[in-house]
Design a protein around this ligand. Structure first.
Ligand code: NAP
Length: 248
């Protein structure tokens, strides 16, 4: 029986690369998306064409009822989850903190923090022996921004990733005795559409000369680190972080 993975925000960018690599490593994959059904369906079609199993699952992870519905569909269509990648995340237009509206702060924090909590909660409810499960692993996709703070761009986003890192540490200790490992990956500046959401599609190329490795990263380089954390080689690794940030 193949193991079952849920990748939130799995239709595009880093999440899509993780979903594809997981399928090549034998996982059946739930590919969550919020609104871009075409992108998620294309990832699923690629996986199925390659002989794997995958389903597209629509849900806004910041909404509890939608997270519950998504897990219900995952349970029915693939089975009980073994691996969760909390990857869905947003940032908004670059600005200073003294310009940020409360509505924006709520949107960023509810997706990047509450969404990750809700998805982790539902995963633990299925993985923990306290609930009849057999263990598992969770990887939270954070950001180097958690360490760097993103001044003049998106301090709200950076702070949401700081909260996610704290959740990684606390949850890892809470569920380690139940056979569940929880780790984080902190990408740096990676070529995806996300920078356009901040109003600067060319951001990676603007910043690349200041990165010690002198280039932006690829989604596959992040996916490799995520998948290592699910591997047997990472069996004694929990509450840890891998920085995939070119030395930044
Ligand atoms: P992306 O290309 O913008 O893709 C974001 C994905 O998340 C999309 O599939 C999107 O769904 C999904 N998503 C957004 N909000 C959601 C919600 N409320 N519920 C469910 N899905 C939602 O982003 P990315 O660059 O791949 O980023 C992925 C993760 O890596 C994020 O957590 C981000 O913070 C982190 N990261 C990225 C970088 C970077 O340089 N790119 C650096 C550090 C950390 P739709 O396709 O339906 O819109």
């Amino acid at each position: 029986m193949s193991k079952i993975m849920l990748v939130t925000g799995g239709g595009r960018g880093i999440g899509a690369a993780v979903a594809r690599l997981a399928a090549r490593r034998g996982y059946a994959v739930g590919v969550n998306y919020r609104s871009d059904a075409d992108a998620a369906n294309a990832v699923v079609a690629d996986i199925v064409r390659g002989g794997g199993r995958a389903v597209a699952l629509q849900a806004d992870v910041s909404q509890e009822d939608q997270v519950l519905r998504m897990y219900g569909e995952l349970d029915r269509q693939l089975g009980r989850i073994d691996a969760l990648v909390n990857n869905a995340g947003i940032l908004e237009r670059q600005m200073r903190v003294d310009e940020m509206s409360a509505e924006r702060l709520l949107r960023v924090l509810s997706t990047n923090v509450i969404g990750a909590f809700l998805c982790a909660r539902e995963a633990v409810r299925r993985m923990s022996p306290r609930h009849g499960g057999q263990g598992g692993a969770i990887v939270n996709v954070s950001s180097a921004a958690a360490r760097l703070g993103s001044p003049n761009e998106y301090v709200d986003y950076a702070a949401s990733k700081g909260a996610l890192d704290t959740m990684t540490i606390g949850l890892s200790k809470e569920v380690a005795p139940e056979g569940i490992r929880v780790n984080g990956v902190r990408p740096g500046t990676i070529y995806t559409d996300m920078h356009a959401s901040g109003g600067e599609p060319g951001r990676v190329d603007r910043l690349k000369d200041a990165i010690p490795l002198r280039r932006g990263g690829t989604v596959d380089e992040v996916a490799g680190a995520v998948m290592w954390l699910f591997s047997d080689e990472a069996g004694y690794t929990s509450g840890s972080f891998i920085d995939v940030s070119g030395g930044s």
